[in-house]
Design a protein around this ligand. Structure first.
Ligand code: CA
Ligand code: CA
Length: 147
């Protein structure tokens, strides 16, 4: 639950887990407080649920919560998000133009944390980006493109 009225000025993001529990991330603009039950990292809030969904389903779910899939704004945030043991959908896709990765807010990908052989479009075009779970020891090589 969001604080009453919070969604009116909420610039929020959501994480989803692939093949595990999803995470939601909110970036509240009303201050650095998070709703009850959410994890906090600097001024972002993260919420873990038990659902498993596709990238698109997850994004719709996030938007319905006045949030969105996570956009990695810093290396510190990337490292923090690898502390979970679940795979996570992130707000990154090359669905518009194959090979051109964009964040869900339309901005271009400038700093990437792909696994060494990724993105590889191994299964079809693999237009959705996820982050592996249990990669605390290699936080800067954690992403995979997936379907
Ligand atoms: Ca692709
Ligand atoms: Ca891949």
């Amino acid at each position: 639950m969001l604080p009453q009225g919070a969604h009116h000025n909420l610039n929020s993001q959501v994480l989803r887990v692939h093949g595990g529990d999803p995470l939601l991330l909110l970036q509240p603009v009303w201050g650095c407080s998070c709703p009850e039950g959410w994890l906090k990292f600097y001024c972002s809030c993260y919420y873990i649920t038990t659902e498993q969904k596709s990238w698109n389903e997850s994004r719709h779910d996030c938007l319905a919560r006045k949030a969105d899939l996570v956009i990695k704004n810093s290396q510190e945030e990337q490292v923090f998000l690898t502390t979970f043991d679940q795979c996570i959908w992130i707000g990154l896709t090359d669905g518009e133009t194959e090979g051109i990765w964009k964040w869900v807010d339309g901005t271009a990908l400038t700093t990437a944390y792909w696994w060494w052989s990724e993105p590889d479009s191994e299964v079809g075009e693999e237009d959705c980006a996820m982050m592996y779970g249990g990669v605390q020891h290699i936080p800067l090589n954690a992403w995979n493109d997936w379907v």
